[in-house]
Each structure stands twice: as C-alpha cells, then as structure tokens.
Design a protein around this ligand. Structure first.
Ligand code: KIV
Ligand code: ZN
Length: 518
C-alpha cells in the first residue's frame, strides 16, 4: 500500500537564511498562504528567537493558516522554546522544532559539551517543550557526521520525552544516497520506541545530492521530508521541494509513496518565490526551469510529436505550466479574463479581480497577445503590491552616445502632482535620481535584476530592485512593463514607497497622512 510522505517546507526559515533571499513579513505571509494552497503539511515559518521580525511573521502566519501546521525552530534551550511556543500559539496546528548538535565536531568546537551533557539536555528540554505543545519535532544537527550508536540513544531519549518526529539532518551536505539509506535502516532497527515517531530527513546540497539523499531516506522508511521551493537554502541550498515531490509522483512504481501536494500549484509557487526575491531559477533547473520541457534537438522534437512519452517523463501541465492555450488580447472581456484566471487556479476576490483586470487592460494596450505567463506575472505583482503613497503619472527620457542621459519623472501623491528631472549615468539612473529628489526617501539601490517573462519583441520585462533605507531596512521593489525603463521606474518607486511606509514619513521627511499598514 502506498505510504504518505509528509512535506515539511522550510523555505521561510532555512531558505530565507540564504544570502539574497530575505523577505519581509508581508511577503512571507503571502508565500505561506500559497504553500498552504500547494498542500504542504508543515511550514517552518521562522526561528522565533532570532529577531522580533521573525517572531511577528511566524505569529502572523500562525494566525492566518487553517490547515497547514505552522512551526518555529528553537535551539534546545528554555528561552528559545518559550519564544517558539509564543509565536506558534495562535496556530490551528502548531509545532515546535527543537535541535541540538550531536556530531563530535559540533559538540567539541561549538557546544563545548560532552555526549552525556547533550543527552541530559535532550531529556530535560524535549520534556519541557512537550509540556507546552503536543507536536514536537527533534533534530540532531549534523546527524550524518555523528556516531550512530549515540544518535540512536539521543533519538530514543527524545521520543521517550514526547518528540513525535525525529529529524535526521545532513547539515553540511556530506552524505551519499547509500549511506543515508543505511543510516535510516540502522535507526529503525536500533531505536526501540521508533514506532512512536515519524522519521524525517533534512538534506543540504553541498555535493549536489540533497534530492537523491532525501529519496534514499524515503526508500529506507522516512515518512517526512524537509525541503524548500526552488531548493533555496544555506550555501548550496536544501533539497528542492518540486524535485522530491515530482520524483515520488513520477516513480510511484519504485517508491510506493505519495504526498498531499497539489502538483499543479508547483510552477506558480516557484514563480511567486522568484518574484518576491528577485532571484530567477536557472533555465536548466528540473521541473520549473524555462528549459525543463523544451525539446531542441530534431530527433527529440520528432519523437515528442509522435508520442510525448518518448522524451517526456512528466507533463508541463502536471506542474501547472499550460501551453498552447488561446491567448488573450485587448478585445478580451472581463469574463474571459476571469475564466482564464480560474483555469490557472486563481481565486481572486471581486476587488482583486477588478484591480487585476485594469492592469490586464492597460497591458493589452501595449502587448498584442497576452499569454498565461504574462497573466501569472501580472497577478504575482498585484498580489504582493501594497498601497502606494507615490504613483507614476508619466516619464520621459533622453539619452545617447554623445549627450548626457536625462529623465523627467512626474509622480502623483494623493491629489498633488510633483515633477522633476535629473541627469544620470544612463536614463534609468537619471530617473531613479529624479525619484530620489521627489520623494526624499533616502533610498539606495543595492541590487537590480531584469527578466523577460516571455519571448518576443513585446515581451514583458519584470524588474526587481533591492533598496536600502536610511534606517537600515532593506526592501524589494517590483515593476512590470513591456518597456524596461518603465518597469525599472515602477520597481524603484515600489521600493521607495515601502521605505517611506516603514519609516512612517511621506515626502520631505514629514510624517505622512495615515497609510494602510502592511
Ligand atoms: O541543517 C540543519 O541541520 C538544520 C537544522 C536546524 C534542522 O537546518
Ligand atoms: Zn538546514
């Protein structure tokens, strides 16, 4: 009989720890809601003790989700456990994930504790955590470089004191599939109370084996896997959720296991993460990369035309990538637009639909054919867009090889129209300088990326601009347009608005009129 494998997603904790992937609370909440729609069983929403911001965003996610278990990480210490418990307390289903290192290297150089001391701590603190919360997961950090006998003793103590899941992390991505299989088999045979807990694995990708190691653990009997969307995470990342899920799905014959994931939501979730972080997935990334379903060689194309199964082991539709559908255009009405949104799996409120339809119509004025990818990009931006203090009215630029670049930008702030022009190192830089003068936000551009949503001359450009504010905050601004200068201005302005909102000021540093909070 096919076994159920629980999917534990740590995009918002281990994933978010990776450089360049930081998200604000509103973005984390948006992604958490999508992860619930995707069908993950547990979301590790953060590390409550690490900062007040992490604490608040775990809490907001705990308050919002109904079906998915919301979890906070905690070291095996009372203060951490208390903070994690406070953060997940409002959740319909809450979990504390507590950990301590068990490898000789970590115990000696990091914890400066002996094996006996670690074991004592496991007994005391897992019992304490279980006295607060029914659902406790215990991890032995760096398990794959730990002594196997000691590991079995530690896990056995954790289960005896109330852990319902024992997690086996390959913290430094050191193991191989065969070794992982052997360790899980060993633990099953050497932990006397193992029938009272789920076995979980958490694999890092330093040697490129995170997904294979995860699958080997499943084959040996693990019933929970920890992973991240697009495989993001510390260093080379964690096991990619979409790869693990689609491997289990495609090779049911071999693994005899299934998950609760709605696979048609995979592409959208991946896209949402790259829209939020501004970091695109590489084209050859399995499952969600732009080339994952592209057949370039003549032999392959011929085979696929005769029968897709010749060179395709899974269909793009199965992960939510729809192709060759009728495109929408400027004559498409709201009904057709809404129908397409429903086909794509979006369920927008009437107000969201209204706003998105206005954006769709204005895009249709500039772009003849609007594809599903365009709609996804449009909705992606709309979903994470906040109320904006300044909006773009118009702009004009002039540049060339022998003239300095100039941009004139006109913004609206409520009923007031403000305009300015600036010189710059290219028209985009000039426009950003004009915006700086108009908004006095003190923004500094840290990073800028541009991606094209589809192919073709009138393709939409999606710009992500990371900005820092005067008070040390970092924000991500996004903009979408068929004109890359307009997309850039919109992205920069979006970031500037976020800085102004976070600092509670409007233009010229004067406290702004009340703005809706994030
Ligand atoms: O990689 C790791 O060991 C972790 C633990 C906290 C589970 O992320
Ligand atoms: Zn990790």
């Amino acid at each position: 009989m096919s076994r159920i494998i629980k999917i534990f997603d740590t995009t918002l904790r281990d994933g978010e720890q990776a450089p360049g992937y930081s998200m604000n609370s509103a973005e984390k909440l948006e992604l958490a809601k999508q992860l619930e729609i995707l069908g993950v069983d547990i979301i590790e929403a953060g590390f409550a003790i690490s900062s007040n911001e992490d604490f608040e965003s775990i809490r907001a996610i705990a308050e919002s989700l109904k079906k998915t278990t919301v979890c906070s990480l905690a070291r095996l210490a009372k203060g951490d456990i208390d903070r994690a418990y406070e953060a997940i307390r409002p959740a319909a289903h809450g979990r504390i994930h507590t950990f301590i290192a068990t490898s000789d290297i970590h115990m000696k150089h990091k914890l400066k504790m002996t094996k006996d001391e670690v074991l004592r701590r496991v007994n005391e603190m897992v019992r304490y955590a279980a006295s607060l919360c029914e659902d406790i997961e215990f991890s032995a950090e760096d398990a794959l470089r730990s002594d196997w006998d000691f590991l079995a003793a530690v896990y056995s103590a954790a289960i005896a004191n109330g852990a319902k899941t024992i997690n086996v992390p390959d913290t430094v991505g050191y193991t191989t599939p065969n070794e992982m299989f052997d360790l899980i088999t060993y633990l099953k045979n050497h932990i006397p109370n193992i029938d009272k807990a789920d076995i979980s694995v958490h694999c890092h990708n330093d040697l490129g084996m995170a997904v294979s190691n995860t699958l080997a653990a499943v084959k040996a009997g693990a019933s929970q896997v920890e992973c991240t969307v697009n495989g993001i995470g510390e260093r080379s990342g964690n096991a990619a959720l979409e790869e693990v899920v689609m491997a289990l799905n495609t090779r049911k014959d071999y693994y005899d296991a299934h998950t609760n994931i709605n696979t048609t939501q995979i592409y959208r979730t991946s896209k949402m993460l790259s829209t939020i972080t501004g970091i695109p997935v590489s084209p050859n990334k399995p499952i969600v990369g732009a080339n994952a379903f592209a057949h370039e060689s003549g032999i392959h194309q011929h085979g696929v035309m005769n029968a897709r199964t010749t060179y395709e082991i899974l269909s793009p539709e199965s992960v939510g990538i729809y192709q060759n559908r009728m495109v929408l255009g400027k004559h498409s009405g709201k009904h057709a637009f809404q129908e397409r949104l429903e086909e794509l799996g979006y369920n927008l409120s009437p107000e969201e639909l209204e706003k998105s339809f206005v954006s769709f119509k204005s895009l249709a004025e500039k772009k003849r054919e609007i594809s599903d990818r365009d709609i996804e990009a449009l909705i992606g931006i709309e979903q994470i867009k906040d109320s904006e203090l300044f909006t773009l009215e118009r702009f004009s630029v002039s540049s060339g090889t022998s003239v300095p670049a100039t941009s004139a930008v006109t913004l609206r702030k409520n009923d007031e129209i403000v305009e300015d022009a600036a010189l710059g190192d290219g028209p985009i830089d000039a426009a950003f300088k004009a915006i700086d003068r108009l908004t006095s936000s003190g923004a500094k551009l840290i990073n800028y990326t541009i991606q094209s949503v589809t192919e073709g001359q009138d393709a939409l450009g999606e710009v992500v601009a990371k900005l820092s504010g005067p008070n040390g905050i970092t924000v991500t601004g996004r903009g979408l347009s068929t004109d890359i200068i307009e997309a850039s201005i919109k992205a920069y302005l979006n970031g500037v608005n976020k800085i102004l909102k976070a600092s509670g000021t409007g233009a010229s540093g004067v406290p702004a009129e009340p703005i809706e909070t994030i």
